[in-house]
Design a protein around this ligand. Structure first.
Ligand SMILES: Cc1ncc(COP(=O)(O)O)c(C=O)c1O
Length: 403
């Protein structure tokens, strides 16, 4: 059967506005389309492809597991899932791991766990969820309601009750809404989709302190920031603030759909048989890939290289800006950088992204269409960074030249 980009418009829900080319093959940080054109991938599948496309070790893990066993259900244990959970427990603050399939599902489970913990220990009145405006936590009902962009719930109400949003990095606002009926505070250690705003040490520290004071749980959504993206296995490790529950997805599967949430034993124990579940969570294929990702990423030299590559990208952005004067700010952590456009190009980030496609480079947008977002593979080479930057500069020159 022949398909083309037009097929998308004809037979699929129009919930996305995909690029005009059709990617058919990819390797490392390169993508090839159906016309044979190649692209440098500085988007990493939206911070998913931690080891690039079709990494040999991940391919080998997936293929070996595919020959052994695909699915067994949670009526039985499986070895890759237990190995993955053990590796996460060894590497983090957590004692228990729940495996699921995506980021939004990880947050859903984390929030349910927090409410269950609060009601079990302190009573049902303790159910408030504190989140931040501009945050993004996924697309399930609870996740869009917890997320801080009303556009994702518009026309779909009423939304679940008991959720309060405060501005990100605003310690006073957080202090003002906290009370003993708060079950949890959920935060991205750095807001990604919302505009690439790193959480300040004061804000994250205050969140920890206020949660302790009010017996509330602190949830860190590390779905985009986790698994080496910021130069630490999880970014909380660099921030010096440890959450009670951590959610992870995207990069942990390196492209295979898998997510998880993890917690200390005392928190996890409120989730007894029947309180939560999922058919595919802990699927052996995903777990076999994810344990291989963790083996490779959780390595000092690998994580140090992420920070070296960050500096190369930043130097490239500075050079581009010196020539074209398009960025008012470049911010982020590790290989997760946002270039905010100057006022003249406000709301025009997608124009730059499309120019990128014409110039054979893929990057993303963020915020209010005013930020170019970069989240390449964590193992991207210097040569690929340089080529990606050269193509990005050509794309920027094209938009700037057009006025
Ligand atoms: C911080 C954060 N949380 C949750 C999600 C949702 O993850 P998923 O799309 O896998 O459901 C995302 C996805 O962009 C995210 O960046």
């Amino acid at each position: 059967m022949r398909v083309s980009r037009a097929t998308f418009d004809e037979v699929m829900f129009q919930t996305y506005v995909p690029a005009q080319f059709v990617p058919v093959r990819a390797s490392g940080s390169r993508i090839w389309d159906s016309e044979g054109r190649d692209y440098v991938d500085l988007a990493g599948g939206v911070a998913v492809l931690s080891l690039g496309h079709c990494h040999p070790a991940l391919n080998a893990a997936l293929k070996a597991q595919a020959d052994r066993m695909w699915h067994i259900s949670n009526y039985m244990v499986n070895e890759p899932a237990m190995r993955l959970a053990q590796k996460l427990v060894n590497a983090t603050f957590a004692d228990r791991v729940f495996l699921c399939n995506s980021g939004t599902e990880a947050n859903e489970g984390a929030l349910k766990t927090a409410r269950k913990y609060a009601s079990t220990k302190y009573g049902e009145q303790k159910h408030r969820i504190i989140s931040t405006t501009n945050s993004f936590h996924g697309r399930t009902w609870l996740a869009v309601s917890t997320g801080g962009s009303p556009k994702y719930t518009k026309g779909m109400g009423p939304v679940p009750e008991g959720i309060t949003h405060i501005p990100y990095n605003d310690v006073d606002a957080l202090r003002a809404v906290m009370d003993d009926n708060v079950a949890c505070v959920i935060l991205e250690p750095m807001q990604g989709e919302g505009g690439m705003y790193p959480g300040s040490a004061e804000f994250l520290g205050a969140a920890r302190e206020l949660c302790d004071k009010h017996n509330a749980l602190l949830i860190f959504d590390e779905i985009q920031s986790g698994v080496g993206r910021t130069g630490a296995l999880y970014s909380y490790m660099r921030k010096g603030v440890t959450p009670d529950i951590l959610t992870s997805a995207k990069g942990i599967g390196g492209g295979f759909p898998i997510g998880c949430f993890m917690a200390r034993a005392e928190v996890a124990e409120v989730m007894q048989p029947g309180t939560h579940g999922t058919t595919y969570g802990g699927n052996p294929l995903g777990a076999a890939v994810a344990e291989t990702v963790i083996d490779i990423v959780n390595n000092e030299a690998f994580l140090e290289r992420v920070l070296v590559a960050e500096q190369r990208l930043r130097a490239g952005f500075a050079a581009i800006n010196a020539k074209h004067n398009v960025f008012s700010d470049v911010r982020g952590e590790g290989l997760w950088l946002g270039c905010e456009l100057v006022a003249k190009y406000d709301n025009r980030a997608s124009e730059f992204m499309k120019a990128g496609h014409r110039n054979n480079v893929v990057f993303l947008t963020a915020g209010n269409n005013n930020i170019l977002r970069f989240a390449p593979a964590l193992n991207i080479s210097d040569a690929e960074i340089d080529e990606g930057l050269a193509r990005t500069e050509r794309a920027i020159a094209e938009v700037v030249g057009a006025g």
